[in-house]
Design a protein around this ligand. Structure first.
Ligand SMILES: C[S@@+](CC[C@H](N)C(=O)[O-])C[C@H]1O[C@@H](n2cnc3c(N)ncnc32)[C@H](O)[C@@H]1O
Length: 180
């Protein structure tokens, strides 16, 4: 994911729907041989990037990319917002992530999360704490966050939309604020 992001952000220009600019074509489903309605579905072409990475919003904006261990990368309480997408269940101990996000947000800062609780280290030899959403919510509140929104979203993740097999997550979408 990091290599691909780096390539898109630093080495590609233009958007795929602008035919006069550079774009790339891949066939991400070409190795799929099961659950095909038609072989044409396996040959589906995807063009990228879908937006021009060189374009910045009219009102400015900055973007930086940090590669490394999330718990070590960020230390200062300077962020207005932290967005985690299909991420918090990658932790050995999800409480460490909750505490880290609380620590690095400014007072009044917002944590926005969407994702499942498919704990990556469950059923491995490695340390893994697998909290239910009820338990995780009480940890979030005990850490000091104020929960502002809590919804369940039906969500798919990296799959061939034309496949006869589909996996649907009921993700937890929440926003939590660090009090002023
Ligand atoms: C399921 S992917 C989600 C990626 C992206 N947010 C998305 O929605 O497609 C989880 C990502 O978290 C990264 N990751 C897992 N553990 C991490 C850690 N301790 N520190 C930083 N990144 C981590 C993985 O490398 C992977 O890119």
């Amino acid at each position: 994911m990091i290599l691909t992001s780096r390539f898109i952000l630093n080495s590609s220009t233009g958007a795929a729907d602008e035919s006069d600019k550079v774009h790339y074509r891949i066939h991400p489903f070409v190795h799929e041989t099961s659950n095909m309605l038609s072989w044409q579905d396996a040959l589906k072409e995807v063009r990228f990037p879908d937006v021009d990475p060189a374009e910045t919003p009219e009102d400015g904006g900055q973007m930086s990319f940090g590669a490394g261990e999330f718990l070590d990368l960020y230390t200062e309480a300077k962020w207005h917002a932290v967005a985690t997408c299909f991420f918090i269940d990658t932790a050995h101990n999800v409480i460490d992530y909750v505490q880290k996000i609380f620590q690095i947000l400014r007072p009044g800062g917002l944590w926005i999360n969407n994702g499942p609780l498919m704990y990556h280290f469950a059923n491995t030899e490695e340390m893994s704490l697998e909290l239910s959403w009820e338990e995780l919510k009480s940890v979030i509140l005990a850490t000091g966050f104020e929960l502002e929104l809590e919804e369940s979203e039906k969500c798919r993740y990296v799959e061939n939309p034309a496949s006869l097999l589909s996996q649907e997550f009921k993700t937890i979408l929440f926003t939590a604020r660090k009090p002023l």
